[in-house]
Design a protein around this ligand. Structure first.
Ligand code: PRX
Length: 656
C-alpha cells in the first residue's frame, strides 16, 4: 500500500451502532484486560462460549518463549457437541446449513436436528470401518453438506480430519495423505463448479495407488456419472448410511487433543501440516466470530471460502455453528451462470453477513456495476474480506456499490497457523480506513520489528510478529516439530514470526504490505515458490528454475517463472508443457502466468538465487535493483534485463 495516498476514513454507519455487540469504549477496556490479564480474560470467554464436559485445571501453561504453550489444560470437551448437540434443546428446527448448488435450481436446507442425525450416523459408519480416536481421515469433497457432516463426524469420535481442497491434483493429494498417514479417504464421484465436472474419485484412485495405509474410500454420489468402484475398498456413502445406528455419543476429548490438520504452503519444501487442537481453537473461533461478524441470533451468514482452506474451517463451519448460526454453503463460483451470482444468492436467502476475498471482489468489479445493481442486497448489514490486502479503491467499491454505503467492512488479517482472525476492525467499535486491517483482536499483541528483531514504530515498515500466546494458535507442524520451531520462532526468538510485512500508522492502524518470504498469493491461494520450482525441475529439459510473484490486477499476484533449459531450448510448446506439469503436480490453482526462458539466474557467490532482483526485473522495474555487488557474475543482470525487455516488446507488438 502506498503510504502517500490519502485515505478517507469512514465512521461506523449509525444504524449499525444501534445493535452492535461491542462499542469503542468496550473494545478498549476489554482489549486492555485481555493483554494484561490473559488468564482471567480467556477463562471468562471459555465459560461463556464453550460447553465443557469437565472444566480445565489450569487456564494456560508455558509461553511463546519456551514454545510449550497449552490452553485450558485438563479440560474435557467435544467440538461437534459444541457445534450441534448443545443447540438441540432450542434449535432443533432451526436451519443450520443452507446449501446452494452450482446450478441455481439446486438447493436444500438442513436443520440442526437433521444435521445431528446425519453426523451421528456417519460417525458410526466411520467407527464401523475401524476409525477411532487419533486416526487421520482425509476429506476430499466438494462444497456439499456431506463435507460438513464428515468433518463433524470425525470431531465427534476424536478422529483428526485433514481436508484437501478439491482443486488439488492427485499428486498433491497423495503427498498430503502420506504425510498425515490417513487411513480412510472420503470423496465424491465428481464435483461441479461453474458447470464443469471435476473427477474427484478418479483423482483419489490415482493418488492412493501409492498410499498403502488407506484401506477404505467412502464415496458420496454427487453427479451420478459412472465411476470405477473397487469392490473391497470403496463404499458408497448413501449405502453405508442406511441401517446404521443413529445414536453416537460424543467422545470426551482432552482440551489439547488434535482437532484437525490442514496443509499450507511455506517458503521451502513440501506443504506443512498445520495442527490445531480442540479447546483453544474452539474458544478462539467461537468468540471471534461473534464479535468480528457482530453475530446475532437469526442472522444469515455466508462465507464464500472453500472448506479446504482455514477460512472455511473457522468461519464457515466451526465459528458459525458453535454460535448456533445459519451458515450458507455454496458449491459454485462467482461468475456462473453470470456475474450477478453472489448478489442473487444474497437476495434469495436474505444474507446479512457476507465474507469473501479481495480477488473475487476485484474480478466482479471488473465486470461493471450493472451486475450488482440488478439486485437489491437490502438484507446486508456487514461485509468482510480476507486472504490478501484489499486496495482502497476496491474497498470503496465494495462499500458503496455492494454494501450501499451502509455496511461496515471487516478487513480481517490472519493465517492458517493462527486459527482465527488476529487483526480486524470490530464493526461497532472501529472507524474504518480502507485498506487497513485496523486493530488487534482481544489477546493479540502485534509488533513490527526490523531484521534484528527490534521494535519499530511510526509508519515504518517491518516484519509483523506476535508477542503473546493466544488460544487459537496452532500446536505444531504435524510430524515435524523442528520445522515448526525453525519456521516461526528461530529468526525472532520469543515471538511468532508471521511471514508478513506491515507498518502501523499514528492511530495504531496496521497496514499489511504482503508476504516477506517466498510464499505468494494467487487469487488468495497460498503457494510456495519452492513447490512450483520443484514441479518445473521434473521436466526433463529444465536445468534451473526460479519463481517470483508479480502484481496482477484481478488475482492480486501472478506467477512468473524464470527457466533455464538444457541446450537453450525455448518454445511456446515447451511453455505449455511446463504449465501442464505444474498443474499436474500441484493443481490448476498454480498457473504460470509468464514463463521467461533465460540463459542464467542471478546468484550470490555462495550459490543463492537473488530473488529480489528477479522480482524487480519481472515487474519491469529496472532502475532500482539495489546492491548487485554480491553477485557471482553481475553481468547476468544485464542479460536478464535485455531478455525481459525483448519479451515485453514482443508482447506489445502482438497486442498492436
Ligand atoms: O499474507 C497474509 C494474507 O494471507 C496469508 C495467510 O494465508 P492463509 O494461511 O492461506 O490464510 C488465508 C486466510 C486466513 C497471510 O500471511 N492475508 C490474509 N488476510 C489478509 C492478508 N493480507 C492482507 N490483508 C488481509 N486481511
Amino acid at each position: 500500500m502506498n503510504k502517500n495516498i490519502k485515505i478517507k476514513s469512514y465512521k461506523i454507519p449509525p444504524d449499525f451502532l444501534k445493535h452492535s455487540n461491542i462499542n469503542l469504549k468496550q473494545y478498549k477496556t476489554l482489549y486492555r484486560q485481555s493483554i494484561k490479564k490473559p488468564g482471567h480474560f480467556w477463562a471468562t470467554q471459555a465459560k461463556k462460549f464453550i460447553s465443557w464436559f469437565s472444566p480445565w485445571k489450569k487456564i494456560s501453561t508455558g509461553s511463546l518463549k519456551k514454545l510449550n504453550m497449552r490452553w485450558f489444560v485438563g479440560g474435557k470437551l467435544n467440538a461437534c457437541y459444541n457445534c450441534v448437540d448443545r443447540h438441540l434443546e432450542t434449535r432443533t428446527n432451526q436451519i443450520a446449513i443452507i446449501w446452494q448448488g452450482d446450478n441455481p435450481n439446486d438447493s436444500k436446507t438442513i436443520t440442526y436436528g437433521e444435521l445431528y442425525d446425519k453426523i451421528c450416523r456417519f460417525a458410526n459408519v466411520l467407527k464401523d470401518h475401524g476409525i477411532k480416536k487419533g486416526d487421520r481421515v482425509c476429506i476430499y469433497l466438494p462444497m456439499i453438506p456431506e463435507i460438513i457432516i464428515s468433518m463433524l463426524a470425525c470431531a465427534r469420535i476424536g478422529a483428526i480430519h485433514s481436508v484437501v481442497f478439491g482443486g488439488f491434483s492427485p499428486e498433491s493429494l497423495k503427498t498430503r495423505i502420506l504425510d498425515a498417514e490417513c487411513r480412510l479417504v472420503i470423496t465424491a464421484d465428481e464435483s461441479i463448479r461453474g458447470g464443469k465436472y471435476i473427477p474427484l474419485k478418479k483423482n483419489v484412485d490415482i493418488a492412493i495407488k501409492k498410499c498403502p495405509k488407506v484401506h477404505k474410500v467412502i464415496v458420496v454420489k454427487r453427479t451420478g456419472n459412472p465411476i470405477t468402484m473397487h469392490r473391497k475398498r470403496d463404499i458408497w456413502y448413501h449405502e453405508a448410511m442406511m441401517g446404521v445406528d443413529a445414536k453416537c455419543p460424543p467422545k470426551k476429548m482432552d482440551a489439547n487433543d488434535p482437532l484437525f490438520i490442514l496443509y499450507t504452503s511455506g517458503s521451502t519444501g513440501n506443504p506443512k501440516g498445520v495442527l490445531h487442537t480442540i479447546a483453544g481453537y474452539m474458544v478462539y473461533v467461537t468468540m471471534s466470530f461473534k464479535y468480528i461478524f457482530d453475530f446475532h441470533d437469526g442472522d444469515i451468514y455466508w462465507c464464500t471460502a472453500d472448506l479446504g482452506w482455514i477460512t472455511g474451517h473457522s468461519y464457515l463451519l466451526y465459528g458459525p455453528l458453535a454460535n448456533g448460526g445459519t451458515t450458507l454453503l455454496f458449491e459454485g463460483v462467482p461468475n456462473y451462470p453470470n456475474f450477478s451470482r453472489y448478489w442473487e444468492i444474497i437476495d434469495k436467502y436474505k444474507v446479512n453477513i457476507f465474507y469473501t476475498a479481495p480477488t473475487a471482489i476485484r474480478a466482479l468489479r471488473h465486470e461493471g456495476d450493472k451486475w450488482v445493481n440488478k439486485t437489491s442486497r437490502k438484507s446486508l448489514k456487514l461485509l468482510g474480506t480476507v486472504g490478501e490486502p484489499i486496495n482502497p479503491d476496491v474497498w470503496e467499491w465494495y462499500y458503496n456499490v455492494v454494501g450501499n454505503a451502509k455496511c461496515p467492512i471487516v478487513d480481517t488479517w490472519w493465517q492458517t497457523e493462527t486459527g482465527g482472525i488476529l487483526i480486524s476492525p470490530l464493526p461497532g467499535a472501529t472507524p474504518l480506513k480502507p485498506g487497513s486491517a485496523a486493530w488487534p483482536f482481544f489477546g493479540i499483541v502485534p509488533e513490527i520489528v526490523n531484521d534484528k528483531g527490534k521494535v519499530i514504530k511510526n509508519n515504518n515498515p517491518g516484519r509483523l510478529v506476535i508477542k503473546q500466546s493466544w488460544p487459537g494458535f496452532m500446536k505444531t507442524i504435524y510430524g515435524d516439530r523442528k520445522r515448526f520451531v525453525d519456521t516461526y520462532f528461530k529468526e525472532v526468538p520469543g515471538r511468532y514470526l508471521t511471514g508478513d510485512g506491515a507498518y502501523r500508522d499514528k492511530d495504531g492502524y496496521i497496514w499489511i504490505t504482503g508476504r516477506e518470504d517466498d510464499v505468494i498469493k494467487v487469487s488468495g491461494h497460498r503457494i510456495g515458490t519452492g513447490e512450483i520450482e520443484s514441479a518445473l525441475l521434473t521436466v526433463q529439459q529444465v536445468s534451473e528454475a526460479a519463481v517470483v510473484a508479480i502484481p496482477h490486477e484481478v488475482k492480486g499476484q501472478a506467477i512468473f517463472a524464470y527457466v533455464v533449459t538444457k541446450s537453450g531450448a525455448k518454445s511456446d510448446a515447451l511453455k505449455k508443457r511446463l504449465n501442464a506439469q505444474v498443474h499436474r503436480v500441484i493443481g490448476p490453482i498454480a498457473n504460470l502466468e509468464y514463463v521467461q526462458f533465460v540463459k542464467a539466474l542471478p546468484k550470490t557467490r555462495s550459490g543463492k538465487i537473488m530473488r529480489r532482483i528477479l522480482r524487480k526485473i519481472a515487474s519491469s522495474e529496472f532502475d532500482d535493483l539495489g546492491d548487485t555487488s554480491t553477485l557471482a557474475d553481475p553481468s547476468v543482470v544485464d542479460t536478464l534485463i535485455a531478455e525481459r525487455k525483448k519479451v515485453s516488446n514482443e508482447a506489445k507488438g502482438r497486442r498492436q
